[in-house]
Design a protein around this ligand. Structure first.
Ligand code: NAD
Length: 485
């Protein structure tokens, strides 16, 4: 019997599901059981061509519609997503293995927020009037044209919406390629957008591995590429886009610092560290995986952390009582277990977790290492799993320098009750998305993105509009034209 997660077809192009079984089969494995629940096929060159040519053509009329008309469709799509939240959350759980307790509140809902927010902004995207004496300049905020979105596997619905919503609001079309690991959810986003009245061809989803992504990025018809992925992929995609002088947004990896001062509220700091390391089983780019704890509260912090982490409920992700799911794939599980072994070998002190959970599926126990030093592998490399490194520090100056000593710069957090210190420290941290007495909040109203190797550009908020549109300026002369000859 066909599993309910099996999509009608692999791709969604020009307003309809499209299949081409000549492409490489991509099995979809449910991470909680290891069973294959669906198959999609990588896009063949014919499929890539269909998606790009339809998106290029459809954009022309869409870009000419009023923002209010475009926004109405996006807001309708948001309503449909919310109405179908349960069904979409179940699918997100099959696609990623994340527990339903999370997906019910963090995925389709976050996608709907983006559709609603950018739908609301669409009608207000205007240029300005710049007086020049008798003359004037006016500016026009124009669409870029055809945008490509490429997703990572941790938030398939959210990523499809965070890229699609601002792109469409600004009058662009999109071809979106989900991660080959989680190909299911973006198809639903496309389906819902069209149900909401999006004209055919404006939001297309095609499947495939990196080579399909590369074919999209290098196509001369593409005006912009927005990637969510790892730093090595980001470097390749950025370089390929640069060769065609295309706009880019790069949302890449991180190894973010979470700094906890002696005067912090310990319960809140422990909560922040749990949210910033174990949500989605640690598969979150902005996670605060280097937890710097000032020496005065170190043992108290570790004791409460171990106690609360011990209360994590691992189990069937479709059971709403489960709050900690498996790694997305067997391969990712093995990578994470490899890092845990490295942590042990390099002398970090294991506080809790530290092994594969004794159950079916790709579960790794939530793991905390203490006495981690800056040079250990687990403190330097992005693990993308539930492995928290706790490091000690003495002074503010010292911790700022150590926090910044990384190629990454996605996020940073500070817990303290001294607000002057909170702002002083945050002001010196090299990171794009920061938190004071909190961690990992990502509302659509706030800009999201990294500095240094963690990325270029911003998603969400009004900032995203700048990255999906361009400004034309027009000088208007009222008098005669003076010329030298
Ligand atoms: P990945 O880099 O392996 O793949 C990302 C996407 O890029 C996939 O769809 C893949 O098929 C595609 N791709 C690979 N090679 C390509 C190429 N040469 N040209 C075009 N496309 C190509 O990343 P992943 O393993 O899917 O995701 C995990 C990574 O994503 C982590 O590093 C994580 O930090 C990062 N991430 C970042 C954010 C953010 O917003 N900053 C959010 C989620 C995940």
């Amino acid at each position: 019997m066909t599993h309910p997660a099996q999509p009608k077809a692999s791709h969604f192009i020009n307003g309809a599901y499209v299949e081409d079984t000549a492409g490489t089969p991509i099995p979809v494995i449910y991470a909680a059981t290891g069973e294959q629940i669906a198959t999609v096929y990588a896009a063949t060159p014919t499929i890539v061509e269909q998606a790009l040519s339809t998106a290029k053509e459809a954009q022309k009329a869409w870009g000419k519609m009023t923002g209010t008309e475009r926004g109405r469709i996006l807001r309708r799509a948001a309503d449909i997503m919310r109405a179908r939240n349960h069904e979409l959350s179940v699918l997100e759980t099959y696609d990623t293995g994340k527990p339903l307790q999370e997906t019910l509140v963090a995925d389709a809902t976050s996608g709907a927020d983006a559709l609603e927010y950018f739908g609301g902004l669409a009608g207000s995207l205007t240029g300005e009037h710049i007086p020049m004496g008798e003359d004037w300049v006016y500016t026009v905020r124009e669409a870029l044209g055809l945008c490509v979105g490429i997703g990572a596997w941790n938030y398939p619905t959210q990523i499809a919406c965070w890229k699609g919503a601002p792109a469409l609001a600004c009058g662009n079309s999109m071809v979106f390629k989900p991660s080959e690991t989680t190909p299911l959810c973006a198809l639903k986003v496309a389906e819902i957008l069209h149900e909401a009245g999006l004209p055919a061809g404006l939001y297309n989803v095609i499947q495939g591995m990196g080579e399909v992504g590369a074919a999209l990025v290098t196509d001369p018809r593409v005006d912009k590429v927005s990637l969510t992925g790892s730093v090595p992929t980001g470097k390749k995609v950025y370089a390929a886009a640069a060769a065609g002088m295309k706009h880019v947004t790069m949302e890449l990896g991180g190894k973010s610092p979470l700094i906890i001062f002696d005067d912090a509220n310990v319960e809140n700091a422990v909560g922040g560290a749990i949210n910033g390391n174990f949500y989605s089983s640690g598969q979150v780019c902005s996670n605060g995986t280097r937890v710097f704890v000032q020496k005065g509260i170190k043992e108290k912090f570790l004791a409460r952390l171990a106690e609360r982490t011990g209360a994590a409920v691992l189990g069937d992700p479709q059971d709403e009582a489960t709050n900690f799911g498996p790694m997305v794939t067997e391969n990712q599980m093995n990578i994470v277990l490899g890092y845990i072994e490295k942590g042990k070998e390099e002398g970090a002190r294991l506080i809790c977790g530290g092994k594969r959970a004794d159950m079916p599926g790709f579960f790794v126990e939530p793991t905390v290492f203490a006495d981690v030093t800056d040079d250990m592998t687990i403190a330097r490399e992005e693990i993308f799993g539930p492995v928290m490194s706790v490091l000690d520090f003495d002074t503010e100056e010292e911790v700022i320098a150590r926090a910044n000593d990384t190629e990454f710069g996605l996020s940073a957090g500070v817990f303290t009750n001294d607000f002057s210190r909170a702002h002083r420290v945050i002001g010196q941290l090299e990171a794009g998305s920061c938190f004071i007495n909190s961690y990992n909040d990502a509302p659509v109203e706030a800009p999201f993105g990294g500095v240094k190797a963690s990325g270029v550009g911003r998603e969400n908020s009004k900032e995203a509009i700048k990255h999906f549109s361009q400004v034309k300026s027009v000088y208007v002369r009222m008098g005669d034209v003076e010329a030298a000859f």
